[in-house]
Write a protein that binds this ligand. Structure first.
Ligand code: AMP
Length: 112
């Protein structure tokens, strides 16, 4: 069965998509936790970061470089927070790897 994010990739569920290439897709989070809250996902259905394999190394690097591209395009490259929730106990609710890009407000440390 497809996850919610696979349905967004396949355009079965609408999303405000801001970036797409052969390997990944970025769109606005439906419940933003900051003035800017983007989700970046690989098109490959990796359930969570811990499930990534050695042959996903290039893809994972591509995701981080895509964060740089997106944050530069949105002019938030000077201050953003990148979050990956891995596993239900860490707050993951959608089991398709995704990077949260958050910006536009102060962020505290340690995170909640
Ligand atoms: P996580 O809790 O790390 O698994 O993050 C899942 C994120 O997906 C949450 O921030 C949700 O607000 C977001 N989300 C859920 N449904 C949608 C949707 N249809 N479109 C965009 N974002 C969504």
């Amino acid at each position: 069965m497809k996850t919610l994010f696979e349905k967004i990739i396949d355009r079965e569920i609408p999303a405000h998509i801001i970036y797409e290439d052969e390997f990944c897709l970025a769109f606005h989070d439906i419940h933003p936790q900051a003035p800017t809250h983007i989700l970046l996902i690989p098109k490959k259905p990796i359930a969570k970061l811990a499930d990534a394999q050695a042959n996903d190394q290039l893809l994972l690097g591509h995701l981080l470089m895509t964060v740089n591209k997106i944050t530069q395009d949105l002019e938030i490259a000077d201050a953003f927070r990148l979050v990956i929730n891995n596993g239900a106990k860490a707050g993951q609710t959608v089991f398709h790897l995704h990077l949260h890009i958050l910006s536009g407000r102060p962020f505290h440390w340690p995170p909640g």
